[in-house]
Design a binder for this molecule. Structure first.
Ligand code: HDE
Length: 714
């Protein structure tokens, strides 16, 4: 009986496999070793010695003549391509989208009208600010970019896990990104917004305040990519056969529900497993439990747009689901990991301009700017206008046009003709099935302006805040205090509090108190007063819409020699029934010998398997094991962190001294600290774990919580 997480399931091949290309019109020569067993140069010449360079004499200089050596080093020197300016750290996987409900009333797009149609997809998840080698649990927006290889060409929804953005006009994008990333003189801090430049820019950019509420919330520290929503953010347009348009916002809803970690936990996860999110997705897919999302749409017309409180072209606003419900039209499953990280995840090129007939744009000034930026960025990163020839970017339909040549051209057409119109034949435009832009009626004065309909910066920030449960509000307050405490300039801290006063007085007071400000600053002058009449929206809270199930989550079972085999077995059975996963953690990686003599193999030695890596933990130890672990700092951290992070903890009676020594005395035990008196309780424990966290506990053990409660918000 062993933990199965991350075990090699054989799903991935370990031996290198090579594709062989015959040159244009050429035949492949079948020679000895062409079955992949003989190393060759890039020219296909077999290599005799890959260990030593060519030298003049045993101790002599290396000779230029060694073409294999020079080619190998030359190629290595050029392995890197520029990392993405934003969203550099990412993780991509393949999947399939299946349409369940047709939108034929609104669009001609086959991907949205042919019920049952299965469309291959590639999705790349990412963080925004950190460099490629940064850690997964940064407090940050997550990218959730999806490429649909449809029958009418590629359609990209380059989405995020947050439905709004920092800015209203693309012209400010370089500024917000410069401010968020590491500061230019020192090159740090990496992958975090907790520094002066970011908060300076934010304080001077009131339109960002709604987004700030989201990134200070637990949405910015997701437990897993699998437990995240995705949002296309902008209003897009569906276009029917008559050219009539309907506004649409795209949503991805995870079937496993939403879940986040706690900030203290995130900090520790980054140290113990910087690849926490990518490993989680890799494990889920390779173990045969691929995650699924529903694809949903919010559809609305001009009448709604005209009477909606805010401008539907303003990407710092949402349309609450209570006002326009999300209609689920299909689902996608992500069930195949990449064969090669560079070829697929690194080279995938998403472009917001990739739309198919029946799907179009609106005048959202952020979207308009993105439509330029993404294509431009691909040229820089992939080095050639032929980046669409790379398999991960190539559509799965024929590409037929007269664009030619350029770096790395792979598919110049045969024949004499390369222009249109021509008398030789070849592809022609087709108004029947070809892409037609939405015929919008736009008139106006040419000017650099911001519409007055974009002027309300606080009302939806407030709506988001008041829609949260008290514990989620507390986390927003804590996050603001944490981030602003990393700012050196007091005026920068104060200015943010001045904005918070336009959102919620309690929040402003708690943050001012947390920062130790001597007095509350005056509210920041608002262009438009904050509306207090917007009703709370349940869909904005993670906790209110919690899944109430431990499915897809991970239990950490801490075992020692002599621990109860029947309890371990019962826990494993209950976990597997959900299905969820488990890992055995023990003092030695070889595992532990249980009380029936069986050896249970460990996945983690305790030092490498802190409780932050698990959603709940079970302490199944013997008396001797508990005594030994009670002297071990790492083991005590395991227990005290699990308690501090509001996790459900099951324990056998022998573990009581360990709990006690870790600071969880009998008097601290609450509904989340559960004794396993008999094996039948394993099942009940797993059911209770469906609540995911014991939120009440945090209000009792956290200093910041005390000040928050004092201020009366909870
Ligand atoms: Fe992006 N963004 N972005 N962005 N974005 C990029 O494109 C840009 C915005 C998003 O996994 C870049 O290929 C501008 C909103 C994702 O490969 C770049 C503006 C949303 C990804 C770029 C925005 C996003 C990117 C960098 C303001 C959510 C990762 C590398 C107008 C709806 C895609 C690249 C992947 C990547 C520009 C704002 C999502 C520089 C100019 C809003 C998920 O082109």
């Amino acid at each position: 009986m062993t933990g199965t997480i991350g075990k090699d399931t054989g799903a991935q091949s370990h031996a290198a496999e090579f594709e062989t290309f015959a040159g244009e019109g050429g035949e492949l020569h079948q020679i000895a070793g062409s079955d992949g067993t003989v190393l060759t140069t890039q020219q296909g010449v077999p290599v005799a010695d890959d260990q030593n360079s060519l030298k003049l004499g045993e101790r002599g200089p290396t000779l230029l003549e060694d073409f294999h050596f020079r080619e190998k080093i030359f190629h290595f020197d050029h392995e890197r391509i520029p990392e993405r300016v934003v969203h550099a750290r990412g993780f991509g996987v393949h999947g399939t989208f299946t349409l369940d409900e047709s939108l034929a009333e609104y669009t001609t797009a086959k991907v949205l009208t042919e019920v049952g149609e299965q469309t291959p997809m590639f999705v790349r998840f990412s963080t925004v600010a950190g460099n490629k080698g940064s850690f997964d649990l940064a407090r940050d927006v997550r990218g959730f970019a999806a490429k649909f290889y449809t029958k009418e060409g590629n359609w990209d929804i380059v989405a995020n896990n947050i439905p709004v953005f920092f800015i209203q006009d693309a012209i400010k994008f370089p500024d917000v990104v410069h401010a968020a990333k590491q500061e230019p003189d020192r090159g740090f801090p990496q992958a975090q917004t907790a520094h002066d430049n970011f908060w300076d820019f934010i304080g001077l950019t009131p339109e960002s305040m709604h987004m700030i509420m989201w990134i200070m919330s637990d949405r910015a520290i997701p437990r897993s990519f699998r437990f995240m929503e995705g949002f296309g953010v902008h209003s897009f347009r569906l276009i029917d056969a008559e050219g009539k348009g309907t506004y649409v916002k795209f949503h991805f809803k995870p079937k496993l529900g939403l879940q986040s970690v706690m900030w203290n936990e995130a900090l520790k996860i980054n140290g113990s497993d910087p690849d926490f999110h990518r490993r989680d997705l890799w494990d889920a897919i390779t173990m045969g439990t691929p995650p699924e999302w529903d694809l949903g749409v919010q559809l609305f017309d001009d009448d709604f747009a005209d009477q909606f409180e805010f401008d539907v072209l303003d990407s710092t606003k949402i349309i609450p689901e209570e006002q326009i419900p999300v209609r689920r039209i299909g689902s996608f499953v992500l069930d195949r990991v990449v064969d090669n990280f560079f070829a697929e995840t690194e080279q995938v090129a998403f472009c917001t301009q990739n739309v198919v007939p029946g799907i179009g744009f609106t005048n959202d000034p952020l979207l308009q700017g993105r439509n330029f930026s993404y294509l431009d960025t691909q040229l820089k990163r992939l080095g050639s206008p032929n980046f669409t020839h790379i398999p991960i970017n190539a559509p799965k339909v024929p590409v037929q046009n007269f664009q030619q040549d350029g770096h790395m051209a792979m598919r110049n057409p045969k024949g004499r003709v390369n222009y249109e119109p021509n008398s030789w034949g070849g592809p022609r435009e087709n108004p029947e099935i070809g892409y037609r832009h939405f015929a919008a009626q736009d008139t106006g004065r040419k000017a650099q302006v911001r519409s007055a309909t974009f002027a309300d910066h606080y009302s939806q920030a407030r709506q988001f805040f008041v829609s949260q449960t008290p514990i989620e509000q507390k986390h927003i307050g804590d996050a603001l205090v944490f981030e602003l405490s990393k700012c050196e300039r007091i005026d920068i801290r104060q200015r943010i509090v001045a904005h918070l006063r336009n959102i919620d007085e309690t929040l402003a007071t708690v943050v001012a108190d947390g920062l130790g400000l001597p007095a509350l600053p005056e509210p920041f002058p608002a262009a438009v007063p904050t509306r207090t009449d917007l009703p709370p929206s349940e869909a904005l809270s993670i906790v209110k819409r919690g899944p109430q199930s431990f499915e897809g989550r991970k239990l950490g079972i801490l075992v020692t020699d002599g621990a109860s085999a029947s309890v371990v077995k019962a826990l494993v059975k209950a976990v597997e029934a959900l299905p969820a996963v488990y890992e055995i953690i023990s003092p030695k990686i070889a595992g532990a010998t249980l009380d029936d003599g069986t050896l249970v193999e460990a996945k983690q030695k305790i030092d490498g398997g802190p409780s932050v890596l698990y959603d709940a933990v079970a302490l199944v130890v013997s008396d001797e094991g508990a005594a030994m672990l009670s002297e071990d700092k790492t083991a005590k951290d395991f227990v005290s962190d699990a308690f501090g992070h509001g996790k459900f903890i099951a324990y056998t009676a022998e573990a009581l001294p360990l709990l006690e020594r870790a600071g969880v005395a009998a008097s601290d035990h609450d509904a989340g600290v559960i004794a396993l008196k008999s094996t039948s309780e394993a099942q009940t424990f797993l059911e209770t774990c469906g609540q995911l966290r014991v939120w009440d506990r945090e209000l009792k053990i956290d200093l910041d919580a005390a000040s928050f409660l004092k201020a009366g918000a909870a």
